[in-house]
Ligand binder design. Structure first.
Ligand SMILES: [Zn+2]
Length: 280
């Protein structure tokens, strides 16, 4: 997998499904490698079909359970009705063969989320970054199980935020460092541009990074920014077209863009302090 093979760059479910079905059609080639089916773990909110035997209380399964509760609590979302189905292949080879045959136009990625009316499916394989990949895709699943739709930038920003396992919560150190360096060199955020992106192939690495930072800001800046996000998500429960989040954000915090710039520039402050403490 190349450096761009992170699960962060996968396509959001409904958009991916639309493309995939259009390309492969109902009478498309049948995968020579079938879906994982040896083992099934099932609870109310999650089904794992796997070629790898996992005990019911495996750390990864428990982690997804905790993550689901965390997402619902932080984002003030209701318990989802539809379970997320994880298809966990034993190795990259079988996973790639299946994906290539089923969705031939998709570029290679370590994991995919495919959402449809029938199923909220995550496809991935047992690899070194399985936990991060599962958390990212599972976040898409939880969002799409409760919301009519999610704007692309927000979908990916939230998945990037919740995939992080280290502390502080949601902190992607590479992104924080990149943003600080970019801001020092004159980079300017542009939420309106992010909101105009509709197809995943329009989104570059820097867009995932900025989307993550806006989500970090919305969740952690202050009560008003948090309320803008949760209020927006509440509307997405009943409508797929609630308008732009940026309009609400600037109505609530008129200087939101400059606040965000300062916030993003300061994301590394805590990381440097942690480093100093650890060095003692
Ligand atoms: Zn994603």
């Amino acid at each position: 997998m190349t450096g761009r093979g992170r699960s962060a760059y996968v396509w959001a479910g409904s958009r991916l499904l639309l493309v995939a079905l259009t390309l492969s059609g109902c009478r498309g080639p049948q995968p020579t490698v079938g879906l994982p089916a040896k083992y099934t773990l099932e609870n109310e909110h999650l089904t794992v079909q796997s070629d790898v035997k996992l005990p019911r209380n495996h750390e990864l399964i428990r982690d997804l359970g905790h993550l689901r509760e965390e997402i619902l609590s932080i984002l003030d979302l209701p318990v989802q009705k539809q379970p997320v189905v994880v298809y966990l292949f034993a190795d990259e080879n079988r996973y790639s063969q299946y994906l290539h045959t089923r969705y031939p136009m998709l570029p290679p990625r370590r994991a995919y989320f495919v959402g449809s009316a029938k199923e909220l499916a995550v496809y991935t394989y047992w690899g070194d970054r399985i936990q991060e990949d599962l958390r990212h895709e599972f976040t898409h699943g939880v969002l799409h199980a409760t919301l009519k739709d999610v704007p692309l930038w927000l979908d990916e920003g939230l998945a990037e935020y919740f995939e992080v396992t280290s502390q502080p919560a949601g902190m992607n150190r590479d992104y924080a460092m990149n943003l600080a360096a970019g801001i020092a060199s004159g980079w300017k955020p542009d939420l309106d541009r992010l909101e105009s992106l509709e197809a995943v192939d329009q989104m570059q690495k820097a867009d995932y990074q900025e989307s993550w930072a806006w989500v970090h800001f919305l969740l952690n800046h202050n009560e008003d920014s948090h309320a803008v996000l949760t209020g927006y998500l509440r509307e997405l429960r009943t409508t797929s077209q609630p308008g732009k989040l940026s309009t609400r954000l600037r109505a609530s915090i008129p200087v939101a863009d400059s606040r965000f710039l300062n916030y993003a520039a300061g994301l590394t402050d805590g990381l440097i302090r942690v480093g100093r403490i650890e060095a003692k």
